[in-house]
Write a protein that binds this ligand. Structure first.
Ligand code: SF4
Length: 179
């Protein structure tokens, strides 16, 4: 019997949620027996695959590449999990929302560029920032939410193993916290 196909994706986040995923430590060995990891920043896969069973998506949607990947994930994954507070609420990534895109680009690509100043047509090749960084569910339908910055390894393990067992993960109040 083929194993469930699991993906993890990284949008506008710091990768801390993926670090927490790796914090499952020896449970990763159990997980590796039960699943096929078909897409992840920790695997060298360029295109989001088809027929994914569970996708964990870290980070807010903050630029055109994030938005495109979010739609690809939704088209190809049976269950989408909003993975951590940035995906769930915008969190740290959305702190930039009080500034205009122009001010952020100027600060990032001109004032703080090590190629000071970066010429405008160089940074025009970088993915376009959306006007606001938004949580994942404002762009695509999300099936489950994992809170926390980052969610704990125990919470990730619980949610993924419940889904793989064909059950709906009911997160206890211990897991329903932000930050
Ligand atoms: S929720 Fe926290 S750990 Fe996860 S991507 Fe956002 S800032 Fe990083």
């Amino acid at each position: 019997m083929s194993k469930p196909r699991v993906a993890t994706a990284w949008l506008g986040g710091c990768s801390g949620c993926h670090m927490s995923f790796l914090d499952m430590d020896e449970r990763l060995i159990d997980l590796a027996d039960k699943i096929e990891l078909v897409y992840s920043p920790i695997a060298d896969v360029k295109e989001f695959p088809t027929n994914v069973d569970v996708a964990l998506v870290e980070g807010a949607v903050t630029n055109s590449e994030n938005e495109e990947l979010a739609h690809q994930i939704r088209r190809n994954a049976r269950f989408v999990i909003s993975f951590g507070d940035c995906a769930t609420t915008g969190n740290v990534t959305a702190l930039r929302n009080k500034f205009s895109v122009e001010a952020i680009e100027h600060r990032s690509y001109i004032e703080l560029s090590d190629k000071n100043p970066m010429v405008p047509n160089e940074y025009e090749t970088i993915a376009k920032l959306m006007k606001k960084a938004v949580p994942l569910h404002e762009v695509i339908t999300v099936d489950f939410f994992l809170h926390g910055c980052p969610p704990s390894a125990d919470e990730i393990w619980f949610a993924v193993t419940e889904l793989l067992a064909g059950r709906t993960p009911v997160l206890s109040t211990a897991y329903l916290r932000f930050g």
